[in-house]
Design a protein around this ligand. Structure first.
Ligand SMILES: Cc1ncc(COP(=O)(O)O)c(C=O)c1O
Length: 418
């Protein structure tokens, strides 16, 4: 995002006093979300791993923290002018609810493909929503123009000290809840969340004479931070589509970048498959519905990209996932974990072939979910049929075993992409 922000003009990180003020403002407005240990992840890492359930926060993400604090600091004159924001979803909901609570009118520009639950919730909080553009860059431009034209106050999603102070309250909460906390792992989009958390916990830890590590995670397909950190300044990168729509940001914010460069210990990236696997683990093991952007910390842990000497907290930063995407991601996550595969097997058009393959699959212990048996298809000989099977498997090894049983019997299965 390249919209010029006020923060770019005065790069001052919030202080402990700012975080305390933000926490006092948010007290009674936001939910105190639970911190749950994940035995599965603890076993994997060899240290206790806790999940901070910000997916259960009001509006379904941590964004309500920064939005509420930022709006609460507006003057009476600014409030009367109304606010405007651009967002692919979670910031929109945060600003819409905060504006409603404070009696401020809000206009939110969102891209056309915004997840339906995020759109309905933002409208439900009473904001005037304008849908325009394919990515969040168009809404950002339109919001800036709207602010210019009408005098409404532009509420940047991450590049403002008050937004960062609001997000940082999460870090102080974690230190209160887990006094021997060693490492915090959380996702990075523009960087407001991790900048706030890092600034808050590092300042408090220094005051207490101890250290604490903060690790950031980006989706490999949209990772502006590793390149920007290497360059020493924010760099706009070419992004590829990611299921983690909440953190798909092409350029770091100026103020978050400066804080992250100084205070964040490491930034790692995860693949789309890593994220899909994490969502599945969170559903199956932790019984938590989490959106892809909210699961990248767990994805990094599962991918072995985080090491820690003491208790770890991974922040589940949002839970606003479209049920249709969830359905697709579950199928993809099962496949990425070797728990599900679709095979195409060419068969000679002779009686008994389907029964033979079924028998082999039963012997190999694979559970058949779906079968398609067709004589019509591109490239098929007149005497050939194609059998397409979706089967449930128990993991990578079992999946390889199923394929080899079919191959040893003379079949030529192809694993289909999902
Ligand atoms: C669920 C979720 N997690 C993490 C982030 C990252 O926040 P930031 O842009 O402040 O880095 C976002 C941003 O929208 C988000 O929606």
């Amino acid at each position: 995002m390249s919209t010029t922000s006020p923060a770019a003009r005065h790069l001052a990180a919030p202080t402990l006093a700012d975080f305390a003020d933000a926490a006092a403002t948010l007290d009674g407005v936001i939910t105190h979300t639970p911190l749950d240990e994940s035995l599965h992840l603890s076993e994997l890492m060899g240290v206790p791993v806790h999940l901070k359930l910000e997916n259960l926060q009001r509006t379904g993400s941590f964004k309500i923290r920064g939005a509420t604090y930022r709006l609460s600091r507006l003057t009476e004159k600014e409030r009367a002018r109304g606010v405007v924001a651009a967002s692919a979803g979670n910031h929109a909901q945060g600003v819409a609810l905060a504006a409603k609570s404070l009696g401020i009118s809000a206009t939110i520009f969102m891209p056309l493909g915004v997840p339906v639950p995020k759109l309905l919730a933002t409208r439900g909080y009473g904001a005037d929503v304008v849908l325009e553009g394919a990515t969040v860059e168009t809404p950002l431009r339109l919001a800036a123009e709207f602010a210019e034209r009408t005098g409404a106050v532009f509420i940047h999603p991450f590049d403002h000290p008050d937004v960062i102070a609001g997000q940082g309250t999460l870090g102080l909460e974690l230190m209160d809840e887990l006094p021997d906390l060693d490492t915090i792992v959380l996702g990075i989009g523009g960087g407001g969340l991790i900048a706030g958390v890092a600034a808050a916990v590092k300042a408090r830890a220094a005051a207490e004479g101890r250290t604490l590590r903060v690790i950031g995670v980006q989706a490999e397909n949209s990772a502006a931070y590793p390149q920007s950190l290497a360059a020493g300044h924010p760099v706009e990168v070419a992004t590829r589509p990611t299921i983690a729509d909440g953190i798909a940001v092409a350029r770091p914010g100026d103020l978050p970048f400066a804080i992250i460069r100084d205070l964040v210990d490491d930034v790692v990236t995860v693949t789309e498959d890593d994220i899909a696997r994490a969502l599945l683990v969170l559903l199956e093991r932790a019984k938590q519905v989490v959106e892809p952007a909210g699961a990248v910390g767990v994805a990094a842990i599962l991918a072995g990209k985080v090491q820690a000497a003491g208790p770890v907290v991974s922040v589940l930063s949002g839970g606003n996932i479209d049920p249709l995407l969830l359905q697709r991601v579950v199928a993809h996550g099962l496949s990425a974990s070797g728990r599900y595969m679709t095979l195409q097997i060419p068969l000679p058009d002779r009686p008994g072939q389907l029964a033979r393959v079924s028998e082999l699959l039963a012997q190999a212990g694979a559970n058949v979910i779906e079968v398609l048996h067709t004589r019509h298809g591109q490239g098929l000989q007149i005497s050939e049929v194609i059998l397409q099977l979706s089967v449930e498997t128990r993991g990578e090894e079992h999946r390889a075993h199923v394929i080899s049983v079919l191959e040893q019997a003379g079949y030529l299965p192809t694993v289909m992409p999902d």
